[in-house]
Design a binder for this molecule. Structure first.
Ligand SMILES: Cc1cc2nc3c(=O)[nH]c(=O)nc-3n(C[C@H](O)[C@H](O)[C@H](O)COP(=O)(O)OP(=O)(O)OC[C@H]3O[C@@H](n4cnc5c(N)ncnc54)[C@H](O)[C@@H]3O)c2cc1C
Length: 442
């Protein structure tokens, strides 16, 4: 056990924590017996306070791959294994994870607890839809295996439960077959929000889709964006003779942002220039291109510690969900307009389309509609500004993603998440803030 100032990926908020790093199930159990309140933690890649608390159980040292069955397409792993590590093991055998987020540096415990989504939610749903079973130490300090057919109630509380149902120890994941490590993608430049939403609809059968937005260009009517759709490429279409290279795994990050990066360089002007430049480059052609999966799914992973660009005060990622109807579209317009009129520049903004909600995960975020995520540098007016955006989101029946939240008001949470997982043993800053540590379910 040691004391450390802990933050998650966005460097806000920070807390002085006692950190315990178990390397096995029995060490986990010992820690749980010793500390009546704690929260499990993965790689701290959530943006906000979900895996922060006074006592934190860092699960990253429980990181063994226990079984890989290539024929059955399943893998059994400890909860602290990262997606990075799993892909290194499975891609050469022509296998891939059915759902991956925008970074490969997260653990399986974190992926299950946040019920993460990828660029294929409209086709394949969330991460936990592809989980065979989970073994978890629950509130009563028992190791229990749960799945859709065994201890289903615990499974539903664990998937998307943000660590409230217990400490995930290991899990069995389903895998999908791929012929190559490449994604055939098409970039489509678009010039308004309605054009973009229509294009999501037009490409709804494409396996992967995500749109990059220049929020500074959004004035309600105009909005520059690039929709990027993709499919796993077939072996016959990849002109590499050596079969092994067709299933080549990703490489390590290329560069690192230094600790003392002068964060004033990231300002409204530089953010606007970067976004305009990005649009100009990507709007040039809409020909199809072959990208390695690492470039398609995880472009930000190329730069290690890119979160340091935002400086010591950090940033907030505001990720909301709005319904796929006219009030959802109106809400997106209002949010984009508010950002440009109030001069709140988002360095990186993406929009994704969601399909059906996961009925087997109480606090899962995705539901039919669109999700907008914006990275906003921390400044004096930011938190008040985000309260205003919350009102727009709530008015259209939307909600915020718990894995990206550091500041949502409890009453908004209670109204937008009718199914909640509560606990008195598993305590994080998030669970305290949102009222998940009482038995009061009102
Ligand atoms: C660049 C970037 C891109 C991202 N893109 C996406 C995206 O496209 N889609 C998406 O859904 N998310 C995305 N995320 C968010 C990220 O996938 C989630 O926040 C994920 O939960 C982080 O996993 P972690 O291992 O870092 O867990 P942490 O951040 O440490 O913890 C997250 C939650 O999981 C719980 N938890 C962790 N381990 C365990 C365990 N063993 N047992 C029980 N509970 C546990 C914690 O208590 C906490 O509530 C992105 C994050 C980054 C930095």
């Amino acid at each position: 056990m040691f004391r450390r100032n802990l933050t998650n990926w966005n460097h806000y908020p920070m807390i002085d924590s006692e950190v315990i790093s178990p390397t096995s199930e029995s060490e986990c159990m010992d820690a749980l017996k010793l500390y009546p309140e704690l929260i499990a933690r993965g790689m701290g890649r959530s943006y906000g306070d979900a895996s922060l608390g006074k006592v934190v159980l860092d699960c990253t040292a429980m990181s063994r791959i226990l079984e890989l069955d290539i024929q059955k397409k399943i893998i059994v792993v400890e909860a602290g294994v990262s997606i990075d590590e799993i892909l290194k093991q499975i891609v050469p055998s022509g296998l891939f994870l059915p759902v991956v987020p925008g970074t490969k540096f997260i653990t399986i415990g974190g992926a299950i607890a946040a019920d993460i989504h990828g660029k294929n939610h409209h086709i394949d749903g969330t991460f936990t839809r592809h989980v065979e079973w989970i073994e978890i130490i629950n509130e009563s300090l028992q190791l229990v295996r749960c799945s859709t057919s065994q201890n289903k109630d615990l499974f539903i509380k664990t998937c998307g439960g943000m660590g409230m149902s217990g400490v995930i120890i290991r899990a069995c994941l389903k895998l999908v077959a791929i012929e190559t490590a490449y994604i055939k993608c098409i970039k489509i430049p678009l010039y308004s929000l309605s054009e973009l939403l229509n294009s999501f609809e037009r490409f709804k059968d494409s396996k992967y889709s995500v749109a990059w937005l220049d929020t500074a260009s959004g004035n309600g009517k105009k909005l520059n964006s690039v929709l990027i759709v993709g499919e796993h490429e077939k072996a016959a279409n990849v002109l590499i003779k050596n079969f092994e290279l067709k299933l080549q795994v990703h490489k390590s990050p290329l560069m690192r942002i230094p600790k003392l990066f002068p964060s004033f360089l990231l300002n409204k002007i530089s953010i606007n220039i970067f976004n305009r430049f990005y649009f100009l480059i990507n709007a040039k052609s809409s020909d199809s291109k072959l990208l390695h999966y690492d470039d398609y799914f995880f472009p930000l992973d190329k730069i290690k510690s890119w979160n340091r660009l935002y400086g010591k005060k950090g940033f907030v990622q505001y990720q909301c969900l709005v319904p796929a109807n006219s009030s959802g579209e109106q809400a997106l317009k209002e949010i984009l307009l508010a950002c440009s009129t109030k001069g709140m520049s988002s360095f990186l903004s993406v929009l994704k389309s969601f399909g059906e909600a996961n009925p087997l995960a109480h606090m899962s975020f995705p539901a039919p509609g669109y999700t907008l995520a914006m990275d906003l540098k921390m400044n004096n007016g930011l938190l008040n500004f985000l309260d205003e955006l919350d009102k727009i989101v709530e008015n259209c029946g939307g909600k915020l993603y718990l894995a990206k939240d550091a500041r949502m008001d409890r009453s908004f949470f209670l109204r937008s998440y009718p199914n909640r997982v509560v606990s008195n043993r598993f305590v994080s800053l998030l669970s305290n803030r949102l009222g998940l540590n009482t038995s009061d379910k009102k």
